[in-house]
Design a protein around this ligand. Structure first.
Ligand code: ATP
Length: 582
């Protein structure tokens, strides 16, 4: 991971935000190559999820919204992580991010220093197995000094009072992983970043930087539906910034406080509506055909379909062989969710979530309908026409089936019978609040995943016989920030340079290229390999026709991964490269 972080900085992919002022915790900036990489990933998502489909529309909503949205969605009350605070330093850590440690507990009654400063507070910390007692004490003194500020004087002069040795523990999660200080009780910590809208900045003006892009899609659902002549099933996709005051941002950009999400809310008919229209709801089984959506698909097939679609997307950007899936168990699931799968990816620091795909029922739209008192129902003509043909017995059978399902609920309150009957009454007339499948991906995590997957090192021996380690970023051509490096063989031959410039101008209009005429050709290839450029084009004397007319206006096209070189006519170059990089 260190090598990746260092490459990202050295070659302009990712920088620490505000670095010249010592950084800004959990916030990152993308340099020239990172910006291109992110743009390519964003475009790939946007095209795959919206433009190339007939049933998904795009949205670009604002970051700031009426805070009532966050109240209705549950974020104000429940969007919190359990957090514990180090008693020594007040540093916080997410309760579920503390790995078990082994060691002996040492306690002190307080501390004092020759400056007259005193700390009358019981201190408890973990002497980790294998740690020397003197370096432990030195660490504790340093931490206390940092916390106390100038009053405590020099750390080495601080005296730790009343040391006692306590229990030896094998697997404790009660001490801060970095400081070793005892952790306090777990307390919820809301992750939303607060701000004020308007100049008065009172508590009445509080709003939040959105912690996800999804809620704007729900809040604008009706506007999109009414303005776009679409029918359920259809989706709304959005890409944009999201903010979370993560307790422990870590693993480079993986867990940041400001990041970008790419979310789709795909609205579907409730299963009961599908059953009324199609006479059945398709059941998923291993090997089911997910290639083309069918009218008899209920939430389960749609959910599986989107897992499949998203998997294909990741295969298309070179992540196919590093994915894993975690299907949340009924205990993991939120009370309203029917299923949720986390698509996980192998990162250098472990296998972690890249994207979550949840079947969320009608929870979100209904929550906004209740809170805003604005109907989020749609009218489905096909459903109404099918429902008219049902007999009373058939209708009652549907109601009874739903009542049995409500009674069997293990989480959340079952819907009362009167409410179920009222819901069916609306349904039989063709009205319902759509249900939703939500594939929700993080752009920054995706960028990190493709960089980590692409990173490779090889040993090479240079012309002088010296061994050196070469970094090659094997980025998929579709996402690579630079698609082609253009190189005149020699920079002091004006004819070569002019021709190379011509080729560069030709390609540049269609893809991001890099022109380089300095250093040996091998060095120039290596520089581009390091940033993941999949192709190199070299203009040499053959291009100028010096070896005969058959090679005139041809160039050497080098392929990064195979190291293969082929001779290609300049007039064929664009036609050959475009399909490979887009
Ligand atoms: P985690 O469990 O890792 O905190 P989450 O389940 O809270 O993630 P979601 O709310 O489902 O995440 O957000 C959807 C996606 O947004 C995640 O799969 C991830 O790719 C991205 N994401 C969420 N939080 C962050 C973050 N702090 N930094 C970068 N990306 C994030």
């Amino acid at each position: 991971m260190e090598k990746i972080v260092s490459l990202c900085k050295r070659r302009g992919f990712i920088f620490q935000s505000s670095e010249i002022y010592g950084g800004c915790g959990g916030v990152w900036d993308y340099g020239p190559l990172g910006a291109e990489l992110k743009r390519n990933l964003r475009t790939a998502w946007w095209n795959t999820m919206t433009r190339e489909r007939e049933d998904v529309l795009g949205l670009d909503a604002s970051i700031l919204m009426n805070p009532a949205i966050w109240k209705a969605s549950g974020h104000v009350d429940t969007f919190a992580d359990l957090m514990r605070e180090c008693s020594l330093t007040n540093k916080r850590v997410r309760a579920d991010h503390v790995d078990p440690q082994a060691g002996t507990v040492l306690s002190y009654t307080g501390a004092q220093s020759p400056t007259g400063w005193r700390w009358d507070r019981a201190i408890s910390a973990l002497l980790k197995n294998g740690e020397h007692i003197e370096s432990f004490r030195k660490r504790i003194r340093t931490l206390i000094a940092q916390n106390a500020g100038a009053a405590a004087g020099k750390p080495e002069e601080i005296e730790l009072l009343g040391e006692t040795k306590g229990e030896t523990l094998e697997k404790t999660v009660d001490f801060h992983p970095e400081t070793g200080g005892a952790l306090g009780e777990a307390r919820p910590f809301n992750l939303m970043l607060k701000t004020y809208l308007g100049p008065t900045a009172t508590e009445d003006d509080v709003t939040y930087l959105r912690p996800e892009t999804a809620q704007a899609i729900f809040a604008q659902f009706k506007n999109v539906f009414d303005s776009s002549r679409v029918k359920v099933p259809f989706g709304i996709g959005q890409i944009g910034k999201a903010f979370r005051n993560e307790v422990t941002p870590k693993n480079f950009t993986f867990r940041s406080r400001e990041f970008e999400q790419m979310e789709l809310e795909f609205f579907i008919k409730p299963d009961e509506a599908v059953e009324i229209i199609s006479g059945e709801v398709a059941k998923w089984s291993e090997g089911a055909d997910l290639s083309e959506p069918q009218p008899n698909w209920g939430w389960e097939m749609w959910h599986r379909y989107w897992v499949d679609q998203r998997t294909k997307f990741y295969e298309g950007i070179g992540l196919g062989d590093v994915l894993e899936y975690y299907w949340q168990t009924p205990e993991d699931l939120a009370h309203y969710a029917r299923a949720c799968v986390d698509i996980l990816c192998e990162f250098p620091f472990g296998t972690e979530e890249l994207e979550g795909i949840a079947a969320r029922g009608d929870f979100d739209l209904s929550a906004h309908q209740n809170a805003s008192t604005k109907s989020q129902e749609i009218f489905d003509e096909e459903l109404k026409n099918a429902a008219v043909k049902l007999t009373d017995e058939q209708k009652e059978a549907l109601i009874q089936k739903r009542l049995a399902a409500e009674a069997a609920k293990v989480k959340g309150e079952p819907m009362p019978e009167a409410a179920v009957r009222a819901w069916f009454e609306r349904l039989f007339k063709g009205n319902y609040v759509p249900h939703v499948i939500e594939p929700s991906a993080g752009l920054d995590r995706m960028a990190l995943a493709v960089i980590a997957k692409a990173f490779s090192e090889t040993e090479k021996t240079d012309e002088k016989g010296k061994k050196e380690t070469i970094t090659v970023l094997r980025l998929h051509p579709r996402v690579a920030p630079i698609k082609v490096g253009v190189f005149p063989l020699l920079k002091n031959k004006p004819e070569l340079v002019a021709k190379a410039r011509e080729v560069y101008a030709l390609l540049k209009k269609h893809m991001n290229c890099f022109y380089d005429e300095t250093a040996s050709i091998g060095r120039r290839y290596a520089r581009q390999d390091e940033v993941g450029t999949p192709f190199g084009v070299t203009i040499d004397f053959d291009t100028l026709g010096e070896k005969g007319p058959e090679l005139l206006d041809t160039v050497t096209l080098r392929h990064r991964d195979s190291n293969e070189q082929e001779r290609v006519k300049i007039s064929d170059l664009l036609g050959k490269l475009l399909p490979l990089v887009s």
